[in-house]
Structures are given as C-alpha cells and as structure tokens.
Write a protein that binds this ligand. Structure first.
Ligand code: GAL
Length: 426
C-alpha cells in the first residue's frame, strides 16, 4: 500500500508539475511583448515633429515605442551603429533604412518577412514599382515604405528674393548664378550649406542633371557608364559645383543641414539646396509656403525627380515582438498616417491612392511631379541617399564629390577620380 501511495504521490507531483510547466510554456508562448525599439536618424525639429505622428499613432494602438535616435543626416551614423548591433545579435525591432541598404540587409538574412500584413492590406496594389524595388527581396516584403522624398530642390527666402527683384521659380542655371551673385553683392549669404559629405552629394544629384539632363544622370549615376562618368559633361558638373562653392559663408564646414535651413528661415541666407525634408523645417518654424519661402527644382532639372524613400525594416528578433512589429508596419502604410506624417515631414506619401488635399502647394506640386516623372521615365533614385547604386558606389561618389567641393581636387582631377572610384567600388 505504502509503495503504491508513494508512486501515486510521485505521479501526482510529476503530472501537476508538467501541467504547470506546460501551462507555463503555453503561457510563455502566448507572451506578447508590445514594445518596439525603433532606430532612426530623425532628430531635427521637423523630423521629430513628423516622427511624433508615428509614435502617437502606435501608442494609441497599445504599442510602446522605444526610441533609438542616432543624429546624422542621411543615416550614415545610423547604419554604422546598426551594423555593430546586428553583428552582436542586438538588433532593434525596427530601423529606418534607405534603398540599396535594405537589399544588403535582406541578402544577409536579418530582415523579417512582412508578407502576411502586406498581402492582407494589398500593399502591392498601392506602392509604386520604384519603391517596391527596395521594399521587396525575392518577392518577399521586407520593408514598410513611409514616404517619397526628392533631392533636387532649392529653398528660398521670399523676402530676400522680393527685395532684390529675384523672380522665382528660377528655372535656368545661368539665372540661378545671376541670382546668387545679386544676393552676394547685397552683403548677404547667397547659399546656406552644411559642409558634410552627404549634403555635398545631395547638391550633386541635381547638378549632374542640370549639367547633362536626365539621360546623363541615368547614364552616369544609375548605369555607372565609365564614358559618362569621365565625360566633358561630368567636367561641366564639377565646374558647376566649383561655382556653387563660391557662394557659401566661411563657417559652412560641418554644419548640420537643418541649421542651414534655419539660416534661410531667419533671413541670413537666400537659398539652400536640399531634399524636401527641408520643408519640414520651414513648416515647423511656422513659415508659410508662397509667403515666407518658396521652393523650386534645382535650376535645369525641371521635369526630373531624384527620389529617396524612407522605409522601416523589421529585424528578426524575439517572436514575442512579432505582433507589435506587424502593427508598426501596418500603421506606417495606413492612408490616414501617410497623410498625417507626410504633410509634416515635407515628403509625399509612399501610397499612390492618397489624396493631396491636405498638402501644401509645394506638396501638391511634389506629388504631381513625382507621378509625371514616373510616367515620363525621368524618375531616378538619388545617388546621395542610396537609391541609385549600392552603398559602396554611393560612398565612392560621395568621397570624390566632397573632396572636390573642399578643394582637394580640381574639376578635371575630380572626373578622373570619379571614374576610378566607381570602377573600384563595383
Ligand atoms: C534622408 C532621409 C530624410 C531625412 C534626411 C536628413 O536620407 O530620407 O528623411 O532624414 O536624410 O537627415
């Protein structure tokens, strides 16, 4: 009797433990972690205001946003830290990413499959092919596109232009140089700029088009044709960069892009050549488009758009975060968020089925020009922001452009260096 009692007791203990453990395991399997750490580089006033739209949207849906901002326009610093963290098996749940970088990370197998939410919400039908090229890898959705920015823009202080009788928009390079001369002769800073490689390269996107037209941008920056890269037209482009260098203030080196925007906003400078995230700074400063500031395409590039799309990728992290990651991806693609975010950010929606009603005159123009450029075959990825060529080539071009802009190379030498650098980077 005693023995059987003991056996029974042991069996009860083992069964109850396994039930508990089983229950615990099931409970653990059901455990959902509703927090998502998001790594990004949106730290300026306008960028933070736009990011807040996303944070608040998610928190209203019960998702805890763990913010990991890494200042540094263009995302270079963010990608450096991300590489370190991912190789230490410490990737964030989500990260802001651009163009070819997304494909690189997908190839390495780090990115979560978003097909479930993408198919449920029919992303394929509303995201343009130019973006899908970077949002999908081998037919799998691996990124949620937030917006479409473009880089070939000039931002102008309207009061200065009016005072000096400068008519805007300025559409030809010759008229642009005349306007820059007029501002400089008035004792003001003609061109506000931040001397950082990615900013120099952002200007170069538009200058290459102004020098040789959309076909030349395609041949040199997209096709990486050595003949185009080494051509007299490329020599002309570097000559135009040298021209622009003469209109900067002495303290431009190392300046952050949003501080250059502030110089135009505050009337210290007349122009800035920057992507349309600059619009977010003007709006965040309470500036009224058409009254306080105007924006026009880099003179000589009308009809052509060099774009970059901000996307969020979800890293393969603990399964308990999966639901929250999918909610983040879904929130990013929601039509209401696409309007609320992009009207603040200065970009246009990634979705093609969103109305332009709530956008400014500049936003409406941006959406129209993007659609037209896409139709006309004059929509190209920005080299400066990772949408024209893989990172190794982008960095090679950026190094040559910034070295030339800082006087290390003359125009002709820059052309030679560009051909060599791009060839070595492929
Ligand atoms: C771009 C990004 C924009 C903005 C800009 C300045 O690469 O797409 O959203 O962040 O850098 O930092």
């Amino acid at each position: 009797m005693k023995k059987s009692l003991v056996i029974m007791l042991v069996l009860v203990l083992v069964t109850s433990f396994s039930l508990y453990a089983g229950g615990k395991t099931e409970e653990a399997a059901m455990e959902v972690d509703n927090s998502v750490e998001v790594l990004h580089w949106w730290t300026s006033g306008g960028e933070a205001a736009a990011l807040n739209v996303l944070k608040e949207d998610l928190e209203a849906k019960g998702i805890e946003w763990i913010d990991s901002p890494l200042a540094g326009g263009g995302g270079e610093q963010a990608m450096t830290v991300l590489r370190t963290r991912a190789t230490a098996n410490d990737a964030p749940a989500a990260a802001q990413m651009l163009g070819f970088d997304i494909i690189d990370w997908a190839e390495l197998g780090f990115l979560a499959n978003l097909n479930d939410v993408a198919e449920k919400e029919n992303w394929d039908a509303v995201i343009p092919d130019a973006l899908k090229k970077f949002s999908k890898y081998n037919g799998v959705w691996i990124a949620a596109p937030v917006n479409v920015h473009s880089t070939n823009w000039v931002w102008a202080n309207k009061k200065i232009c009016d005072e000096l009788g400068i008519a805007t928009p300025i559409t030809s390079w010759v008229d642009y140089i005349t306007a820059l001369d007029k501002v400089q002769a008035s004792g003001r800073i003609a061109l506000a700029h931040g001397g950082q490689a990615w900013q120099d390269a952002t200007i170069f996107d538009g200058v290459v088009i102004a020098a040789g037209g959309p076909e030349f941008y395609k041949a040199s920056m997209i096709d990486l044709d050595p003949t185009a890269l080494g051509s007299d037209t490329m020599l002309k482009a570097f000559g135009m960069m040298t021209q622009l260098r003469g209109y900067l203030d002495p303290n431009f080196s190392g300046r952050d892009w949003n501080l250059a925007s502030a110089m135009v906003i505050e009337g210290q400078a007349a122009f800035q050549m920057m992507g349309d995230w600059a619009k977010g700074e003007f709006l965040n400063a309470g500036q009224v488009p058409g009254t306080d500031f105007v924006a026009f395409r880099t003179p000589g590039t009308q009809g052509t758009v060099t774009f970059n799309a901000d996307q969020f990728v979800m890293f393969k992290v603990d399964e308990s975060k999966r639901a929250a990651q999918e909610m983040l991806a879904s929130a990013i693609l929601s039509p209401s968020f696409q309007v609320a975010f992009n009207t603040v950010k200065g970009s246009v929606p990634a979705r093609t089925d969103v109305s332009d009603a709530e956008f400014t005159i500049i936003g409406k123009a941006g959406m129209k020009e993007l659609a037209e450029a896409n139709k006309n075959g004059t929509l190209f990825g920005s080299m400066a922001h990772g949408h024209a060529a893989p990172a190794a080539v982008k960095n090679a071009v950026m190094d040559v452009v910034t070295s030339h802009f800082n006087g290390q190379y003359g125009d002709a030498e820059a052309v030679e260096k560009l051909v060599q650098a791009v060839a070595n980077a492929q």
